[in-house]
Design a protein around this ligand. Structure first.
Ligand SMILES: Nc1ncnc2c1ncn2[C@@H]1O[C@H](COP(=O)(O)OP(=O)(O)O)[C@@H](O)[C@H]1O
Ligand SMILES: [Mg+2]
Length: 360
């Protein structure tokens, strides 16, 4: 019995021991679980903060990209302005200088031509007098008259004087145009009639408009000038815009190949608004420059005014003409520059500018 008791007791003790061990294990696993939970919480919060930081840096990155894109755009437009203002002021100075230098000798020729013509007329009168009183000169003089074809010389001389006069007047006109075109008055607004500006630009481009191998009849230029008041503007810059648009129009006519009648139409008018059947003049002027050249596709139209956009060959196009014109019209003159075109049917550029800069 005692032995049985003893065995029982030892079993109980063993059992108690294993219970204690189990309890300890349980406690340890509890602690482990808590630790594990804590660790996973830590990991989760760490992960969350990493994700948050990532998201934040993504936002920063996007902002940076936008900033960089804007900076690049600004840089490009600044570069365009720089190139163009350098080029324009250099060209302006050159043109004004050449015009000035040519002006003096031309005036000299023009003034003297009249004297020479008068002198010649006097000598002719004298000759006629001689012929009247000495109708039959000596043989040697008769021979000389025949040799030099005196009657022809007299008749042709008048033609020569006339064409010399025309030539000199044309040079004077060109010199005046060059001066009008290159007006070096960039610093301030002037109140001017813009029609002479358009005329002088056309005269400078005459070489590309007159009859040639490309344009057998020349380019027909139709001018429809309205009754415009003087505009407050930068005339030199405005002429530059006319020049850029007209050069593009001529290029487009050339690209169209042998057109039956290559044409450029320039019209000007004061913008009219109509309300309730009543037409009123606004404070705006519209200049339309249209050609019947190749026209402009929609894809090209959407990029027309972008700096450096060109469809022309390297060396022919810079892609700056229209972007500069756009800046001159919209920024400098607070106006609008628009383009309308149906491919294959020519293009029209419409400039709308205020007559006075304070009118809105
Ligand atoms: N009147 C026009 N007809 C057809 N295309 C034109 C006309 N004017 C401009 N364009 C198009 O717009 C582009 C940009 O013109 P522009 O800025 O003056 O640069 P560039 O003449 O040096 O190419 C031209 O390359 C041409 O494709
Ligand atoms: Mg151009």
């Amino acid at each position: 019995m005692d032995i049985e008791n003893l065995e029982l007791e030892s079993k109980i003790k063993q059992l108690e021991k294993s219970v204690r061990i189990l309890q300890k294990k349980l406690e340890r696993s509890k602690a482990d679980r808590i630790n594990l939970e804590k660790a996973s919480e830590l990991k989760e919060s760490l992960l969350k903060s990493v994700i948050r930081e990532f998201e934040e840096s993504q936002v920063v990155l996007e902002k940076r990209t936008v900033e960089l894109e804007t900076a690049l755009k600004n840089l490009k437009s600044l570069q365009v302005k720089l190139i163009e203002s350098e080029k324009m002021s250099a060209l302006g100075v050159l043109v004004a200088g050449v015009a000035h230098e040519i002006n003096n000798p031309v005036n000299f020729i023009y003034g003297n031509l009249e004297h020479v013509s008068n002198y010649f007329q006097e000598i002719l009168n004298l000759l006629n007098l001689y012929r009247h009183y000495y109708p039959t000169p000596v043989i040697a003089i008769q021979k000389q008259i025949k040799k030099i074809e005196l009657d022809y010389i007299i008749k042709d001389s008048q033609n020569i004087f006339d064409s010399m006069n025309m030539g000199v007047e044309r040079i004077q006109q060109i010199v005046k145009s060059l001066r009008t075109f290159s007006r070096l008055d960039e610093a301030e607004f002037k109140v001017v009639d813009i029609h002479p500006g358009i005329d002088s630009t056309l005269l400078i481009l005459n070489n590309r408009l007159k009859p040639s191998a490309r344009f057998h009849q020349g380019v027909k230029v139709i001018l429809e000038y309205g009754d415009l008041p003087k505009l407050e503007c930068y005339p030199g810059q405005l002429n530059q815009v006319f020049m850029n648009i007209l050069v593009n129009a001529i290029d487009a006519l050339e690209d169209a190949g042998h057109l039956l009648m290559p044409m450029i139409r320039i019209s000007t008018e004061v913008l009219i608004t109509k309300s309730a059947g009543c037409a009123t003049k606004t404070g705006w002027v519209v200049v339309r420059i249209a050609d019947n050249g190749v026209g402009i596709s929609e894809t090209v139209q959407s990029q027309l005014f972008n700096p450096f956009f060109t469809t022309k060959d390297v060396g022919k196009g810079t892609g700056l003409g229209l972007s500069i014109s756009y800046q001159i019209i919209t920024e400098l003159h607070k106006g609008k520059l628009e383009c309308y075109s149906t491919p294959g049917n020519g293009a029209e550029f419409v400039i709308t500018i205020p007559i006075r800069q304070d009118v809105k």
